[in-house]
Ligand binder design. Sequence first.
Ligand SMILES: [Zn+2]
Length: 252
Amino acid sequence: MWLLLIVNLAGKAAALVVGWSTPGAALALWFGPDLLLAYHLFAPNAQGLVRMHRRFATARREVWLTIDDGPDPEDTPQILALLATHGAHATFFVIGEKAAAHPHLINAITAAGHEVAHHTHTHPLGTFWCASPGRVARELDAGLAALRAAGVTPTRFRPPVGIKNPWLAAALRTRHLTGVAWSARGLEHWPGDAESVADRALRGLAPGAILLLHEGCGVPAPIRVGAIRRVVDRLHLRGYRCVVPGPEQLAG
Ligand SMILES: [Zn+2]
């Protein structure tokens, strides 16, 4: 993170030195580092600010199915049932507020052998990138408290839509949380139906893929749960197992 910030400040200092005698160069020096910083903040798989795992190590036909934005009283029980039919395991990146409202769903997830992970307390989609160190800490700690109250101590974290924050790496480190991104996602709000979501999630399928799908009322009604069902069915047909990797399998 510090390298990015130093480059940013150095660029602005150089722009002031160059001044308006060469406005093109001054503008490039002023805004160029901003674009670099923006890339590492907003590109989900960028690694410059926070290490985010994008794949896991396996030689077998295994993928890591990750489901964000729950728990949801309508969707989560259905998802647990369909995972059970295939003996599939998944990680649920849950929102702290929702976990606090539905602790029995957190218990149901873990009782079925799945992992519960941290997805912030309030899911501050539009403001997480610029949140102060104190606010980042509050998002993490309130979410941890909600999950611990439900009997879970998470070890993995995913920010909303993969958006980072300059203070996130240190905050995760002190709380022993590992950042997890993805290698493919369903993009449920893009045009199409549940089949289209499954197509996107399974594009380039290979062992060690991390698949991102969503649950809850934020998902368009026609594809809620149905998209996850199609992904799990198609993985089964192609001989893939849904597993939750151990820490030693996370690389790159
Ligand atoms: Zn989310």
